[in-house]
Design a protein around this ligand. Structure first.
Ligand SMILES: Cc1cc2nc3c(=O)[nH]c(=O)nc-3n(C[C@H](O)[C@H](O)[C@H](O)COP(=O)(O)OP(=O)(O)OC[C@H]3O[C@@H](n4cnc5c(N)ncnc54)[C@H](O)[C@@H]3O)c2cc1C
Length: 446
């Protein structure tokens, strides 16, 4: 195995058992022309293409699923092409991260408001392909909400410009066909690189906001009380700037906290309006930083005994499932315990915004989880529990954001992309569309 393969294959998901022999080429283009060249070479040899950004995606899509493939990385495509402070946008190559862009913009008093916890490694191309966002999606939306237009190269080298109105292309017939299908940014967002290679994005930037924020902690009796408080915040369009829940935490990591809790930050002048949605206790800036630190380190800390697994990320509690979290949490933990896992930590962004597979916005709590894994289970058996959780979530109205659910069961999104791929070609991340993708391909890679 070559070092090049290991580097190219590195990814943050639990799908690590890559067949490196099947990575037939790795390209690091610097321009659209070089992307076209890489794609032409893959096509001439009949290989599929896996677009790759920072490799921080958790769904397994950036692995390419162990088929004969070329990896085309964006890590040499980081250039900021245009900055229009007046019109509030930048044009940027897909390999730049939010932190890299903001390093240039903040001294100019501007900012790109897309802040996933992974903002130092996640690229804009990857963020749009997974429709990512941080604990500020409630205020600032997801990556798609901050994207004005994209340029893409398709598997046959044709090019598209996609915005919120539709599609333009030098190939007028192709544009016509896609516009008949009403293709927009919605389709590129969370498509997991299956439609084409994004070579440039125009994203919205806004002035840096200076406001005086205060910190608070809200402690709840049970999960229903937590979910109901979030539901009230959503209904009253609360001006929360930072909302993070520690839903559950194992005794090894919970310190003095008694979850479920919410860590909150909001403008001081909004104190009274927040108090109408939840009881809370004010905390000073030192304590706020300590709480945020506990939350951010939860997934990074290991249990005193055993090894933790990130079995399933991104439970999306909204509407009924948010108000009725208690019974759902009991069912999820019941399933985990029955399959030999020990719940370790559950935490997440709330109130938060994401999109369902049919592009309807959802508002609620995006909850991540970690569990101590049983020592006697194979990767395949671990993955079987993931599939059971997906089914359980479907039954209980918990709809994870596509980054986490895809490619297992987001049927609406999958059907839509299949429809578009019959028009634009099928050479990118095709493994996602195999019937055995979830049961065989991904489970063999755990
Ligand atoms: C510690 C940690 C914290 C995280 N926190 C958050 C969070 O707060 N919020 C959140 O939303 N996510 C979070 N994530 C998940 C991850 O950062 C996001 O999914 C991110 O969008 C992935 O970006 P990437 O550049 O790493 O993409 P990759 O992992 O390289 O790829 C992801 C997908 O994008 C496709 N892709 C990449 N570039 C292109 C392109 N140019 N054209 C077409 N398709 C492309 C790939 O094929 C793949 O399907 C976290 C992950 C980690 C490890």
């Amino acid at each position: 195995m070559k070092l090049r393969d290991v580097v190219a294959g590195a990814n943050a998901s639990m799908y690590h058992r890559l067949d490196f022999q099947k990575i037939r080429g790795v390209y690091y283009p610097r321009s659209e022309a070089e992307v076209v060249e890489a794609i032409e070479q893959a096509r001439a040899k009949g290989y599929e293409i896996t677009p790759k950004g920072g490799g921080s995606g958790l769904s397994g899509a950036c692995t390419g699923g162990n088929r004969d493939r070329f990896i085309v990385s964006t890590l040499q495509m980081k250039e900021l092409l245009t900055i229009s402070k007046d019109q509030g946008y930048v044009d940027v190559q897909p390999g730049a991260t939010p932190d890299e862009i903001n390093e240039v913009l903040e001294p100019m008093g501007m900012k790109l408001y897309v802040s996933p916890s992974s903002r130092d490694i996640a690229t804009l191309g990857g963020l749009l392909a997974t429709d990512g966002g941080g604990n500020d999606t409630w205020a600032n939306g997801t990556m798609r909400d901050n994207t004005v237009r994209v340029k893409m190269v398709l598997y046959d080298g044709r090019r598209l410009i996609v915005d919120w109105e539709g599609v333009r292309s030098d190939d007028a017939e192709l544009a016509l066909e896609l516009n008949k299908k009403d293709m927009t940014i919605h389709d590129v967002a969370s498509a997991h690189g299956t439609l084409g290679f994004v070579t440039e994005l125009r994203v919205t930037i806004r002035p840096l906001v200076e406001e005086h924020l205060m910190g608070a902690i809200a402690v709840y009796e049970d999960f229903d009380a937590l979910g109901s408080a979030l539901d009230r915040m959503i209904k009253s369009e609360t001006p929360i700037r930072y909302g993070e829940a520690i839903v559950e935490a194992h005794k090894d990591v919970r310190d003095d906290l008694t979850p479920p809790i919410l860590i909150l930050e909001f403008p001081e002048k909004e104190k009274a309006s927040i108090a109408e949605t939840t009881d809370f206790e004010e905390v000073d800036s030192g304590e706020l930083e300590r709480l945020k630190d506990i939350r951010i380190k939860l997934p990074k800390r290991n249990p005193n005994e055993g090894v933790q697994a990130a079995l399933f990320e991104g439970y999306g509690f909204f509407e009924d499932s948010l108000r009725g979290m208690q019974s759902r949490m009991e069912a999820i933990n019941g399933l985990l315990i029955e399959d030999g896992f020990e719940p370790f930590a559950k935490y997440g962004h709330g109130p938060s915004k994401w999109y369902l597979g049919d592009n309807t916005p959802a508002f609620g709590l995006i909850m991540h989880s970690r569990e101590i894994r049983p020592t006697d289970k194979t990767g395949k058996e671990l993955f079987e529990t993931v599939l059971k959780i997906v089914d359980l979530c479907d039954d209980m109205g918990i709809t994870p954001k596509p980054e986490h659910k895809w490619p297992f069961s987001d049927k609406a999104k999958k059907t839509r992309i299949e429809e578009l791929r019959t028009i634009i070609g099928e050479g990118f991340n095709a493994f996602i569309f195999e019937p055995e993708c979830a049961s065989e391909t991904l489970s063999s890679m755990v």
